[in-house]
Design a protein around this ligand. Structure first.
Ligand code: C2O
Ligand code: CU
Length: 556
């Protein structure tokens, strides 16, 4: 592969949206940030200069980085933050990914403004399972917040209040015609009639699954998370935060302009009415002279924000594409099975400042009733250098198994999670199956788009209610399951995934809803080295950002 170099300059800049101006940390002055373009198998060096006022890290979402966890990025997992005023060069190693991926900050909620697309083109044109498109477009879906997120998030964690909710969604940085003061700056994509375009969609929204549709145009989804899928012809998509999709679009309509629109899918208690954000829109505009209609058509196929059926009927259609030279390699002889419950919990106050809350409890989330706490030295360094006291290796395997997790009245005593920094150690080449079980503990049930670093995984099964280990595995798809890096565990349901642990390192996994991640729905795998140097972690880079500032020192 080729080698590319990028310079990322992080600094504060003023942006005006929804009638008010605020300062945000962005890369190279733009929101969304710059696009990284590579061919399959290339290596990219990204020199990140942090000229902001707090430390942060960058993650290359969906890039597997074989044997190179040093440049994966999640703070306190594989590195400590790049402090304000300093820099760090990431070595981003691409392997079998092809299609669209993205990069984003992996430090608290900084990713709301620090993110951008990664375009991985085929190394040779013949590897693409569809004809060369006439043109391409990148659509980055984002969320907009009022105020400074870093201040707001810190404050909410201190007081135990709910974490911030966005006030609008954006398409390539713009909320669009239906939001206050936004019409002038709506994003416009110019196309010519009679062509085939490749649309690269990234959901960079902080805590929202989004429906997306284009009026009067079919979407043919051909790729997801950097892997090709069997084409799905549809008139809307649902895309989880973290996911990316490659979509073919034929420009075969005659009215001149059309809305593209995104709307949140709200999976929590559907009776809660406060999530009907105004739709984010952008305009698909045909070149040439069109006289009518004066206002673009809105996509009537965009599902309603509570439409769970629309979510399932799209996601249940996703299948890997088997091609010559690209077999679908689902692990068959499983050596490690895990059953992991995902919960929204209550937890005793993290510190004294929140004891004012009614019952002294605050929001938390957990995996197997452990709410992840970032250590002050990163897990990777502690593992590599044998530093003790940073993490423990007792991530619980099957803690409360066979409880009815999706019933309505789960006793409060099993809902009090414990905090911990517990990892699961896997041997090299272990064939892993995980069943993620959504629960309905005190915080209620919700969808959880689960993301695994360092790997893509196969989604072999999903269903509603409690997983039944006798009957449900019989229905697993071991032939052409989707191969992805992020996939939703349905509200009050389960998701079964498989992967081969052939990438040694320390790899974070978590819910990609930032509010759930922040509250603790995270953990890490330590994947041990194989027998040879070719199956072992690479040497660390000569310089790593020092671990000087303890994680959330203000909470200690
Ligand atoms: Cu897209 Cu751990 O992240
Ligand atoms: Cu979640």
């Amino acid at each position: 592969g080729d080698v590319h170099f990028y310079e990322f300059l992080l600094s504060e800049k003023n942006f005006t949206r929804l009638c008010s101006t605020k300062s945000m940390l962005v890369v190279n002055g733009s929101f969304p940030g710059p696009v990284i373009r590579v061919n399959k198998g290339d290596t990219v060096y990204v020199n990140v200069h942090n000229q902001g006022s707090y430390g942060l890290t960058i993650h290359w979402h969906g890039v597997k980085q074989p044997r190179n966890p040093w440049s994966d990025g999640p703070e306190y997992i594989t590195q400590c933050p790049i402090e304000a005023g300093s820099n760090f060069t990431y070595e981003v190693i691409f392997s079998d990914e092809e299609g669209t991926l993205w990069w984003h900050a992996h430090s608290d909620w900084t990713r709301a403004s620090v993110h951008g697309a990664i375009v991985v083109s085929p190394a040779t044109e013949i590897s693409r399972p569809f004809p060369e498109p006439d043109g391409e477009e990148i659509i980055v879906l984002g969320s907009w917040y009022s105020g400074d997120l870093n201040v707001l998030v810190d404050e909410d964690l201190r007081t135990g209040d709910d974490l911030p909710h966005s006030i609008a969604y954006t398409i390539n940085g713009e909320p669009g015609d239906f939001c206050a003061c936004s019409k002038e700056t709506s994003y416009r994509w110019m196309v010519s009639y009679g062509k085939a375009y490749l649309l690269r969609v990234v959901n960079a929204a902080v805590s929202a699954e989004l429906f997306f549709a284009i009026a009067r145009h079919n979407l043919t989804v051909v790729g997801m998370d950097g892997h090709y899928i069997k084409p799905i012809v549809t008139n809307y998509i649902i895309i989880s935060p973290g996911q990316t999709m490659d979509i073919l679009l034929a420009t075969n309509q005659s009215l001149g302009h059309y809305y593209m629109a995104a709307r949140q899918f709200w999976s929590q208690d559907p009776s809660v009415p406060n999530f009907d954000h105004v739709n984010a829109t952008a305009i698909l505009q045909y070149e040439g002279n069109y006289s009518f209609p004066s206002s673009p058509l809105f996509p009537s196929t965009l599902p309603f924000y509570k439409d769970l059926q629309a979510v399932l009927s799209f996601t249940n259609r996703i299948r890997s594409l088997e091609r010559e030279g690209h077999p679908v390699k689902v692990p068959l002889n499983i050596t490690t099975r895990m059953y992991i419950t995902l919960s929204l919990n209550d937890m005793p106050c993290r510190d004294t400042t929140c004891s004012a809350t009614e019952d002294g409890k605050v929001f938390a989330t957990s995996a197997n009733n452990i709410s992840w706490v970032n250590p002050s030295t990163d897990v990777l360094l502690a593992y590599y250098r044998n530093i003790s006291g940073v993490y423990t290796t007792d991530f619980p395997d099957n803690p409360l198994s066979y409880y009815n997790f999706t019933s309505d009245n789960i006793p409060a005593n099993i809902a009090l999670t414990k905090q911990g920094t517990k990892v699961k150690v896997l041997n090299y080449n272990e064939a892993v199956e995980i069943v993620f079980q959504g629960t309905n503990l005190v915080g209620g049930a919700s969808n959880h788009p689960m993301h695994l670093h360092g790997y893509s995984f196969f989604v072999v099964g999903t269903g509603s209610g409690n997983f039944d280990n006798k009957t449900d595995p019989k229905g697993f798809n071991l032939v052409d399951p989707p191969e992805v890096n992020t996939f939703g565990v349905p509200r009050n349901g389960w998701l079964a995934i498989r992967f081969l642990a052939n990438n040694p390192g320390v790899w974070f996994w978590h819910c990609h809803m930032e509010r759930h991640l922040t509250w603790g729905m995270d953990a890490a795998f330590v994947v041990k080295n194989g027998d040879t140097s070719k199956t072992s972690i690479r040497q660390p880079p000569a310089y790593l950002p020092p671990c000087r500032v303890p994680f959330r020192s203000w909470l200690q």
